[in-house]
Design a protein around this ligand. Sequence first.
Ligand SMILES: CC(C)(COP(=O)(O)OP(=O)(O)OC[C@H]1O[C@@H](n2cnc3c(N)ncnc32)[C@H](O)[C@@H]1OP(=O)(O)O)[C@@H](O)C(=O)NCCC(=O)NCCS
Length: 174
Amino acid sequence: MEEKDWPVLKGERCTLAVLSLEDAEAWKAGEDEEQRRWFEFPGPAPMENVVGAICKWRDQWQTDGPMRQWGIWSSGELAGGVEIRDRGDRRANVSYVVFPTFRRRGVATEAVCLATEWAFRNLAVDVAVAVIDERNAASTAVAKRAGFTFEGRAERWEYDESGPCVRYVLHARK
Ligand SMILES: CC(C)(COP(=O)(O)OP(=O)(O)OC[C@H]1O[C@@H](n2cnc3c(N)ncnc32)[C@H](O)[C@@H]1OP(=O)(O)O)[C@@H](O)C(=O)NCCC(=O)NCCS
């Protein structure tokens, strides 16, 4: 997909737009202990990793790849990110992060709703899947607030972290 066609998704609390390299500093500044804990980063991400991630995300849009990532913008500031990953089984994983100063305002919930609606309309996807560490209360609350329901214990291939993880799902409206 050409860059001019990359989707910008507007909600009431936030707007989703694909990141560019100019956003690398703000992305890095938003990282905190909570993200490191749940994504199991060994420490603060070096700048080269942040730049590499943004390049990879942009390449996925360019090549219509399985992974689609947006930055979450709130009041003109970068507030986090949300990612859709097409699993190839008509399901797509969704993952999300909101930077500390923007939390507890419904930003993650709205971003998840915008991204999953886009996936249902534009990818071969009928079910959005949130694979969540069973101890991650904030992430579980986001999934529930976005309309996901508990499906069961996640299988080991569905996540890279230590877990154990559970699976919440949202079915596309028919
Ligand atoms: C999880 C995370 C994205 C939540 O972002 P957020 O923008 O604060 O979430 P929202 O404001 O949309 O909150 C949605 C619900 O979660 C609840 N919630 C948010 N943070 C919470 C917390 N720390 N503990 C308990 N509940 C929490 C909110 O109260 C809200 O529920 P309510 O509407 O019933 O009141 C954010 O805390 C984060 O980035 N954490 C680190 C990364 C992470 O764990 N990502 C998920 C990996 S699967």
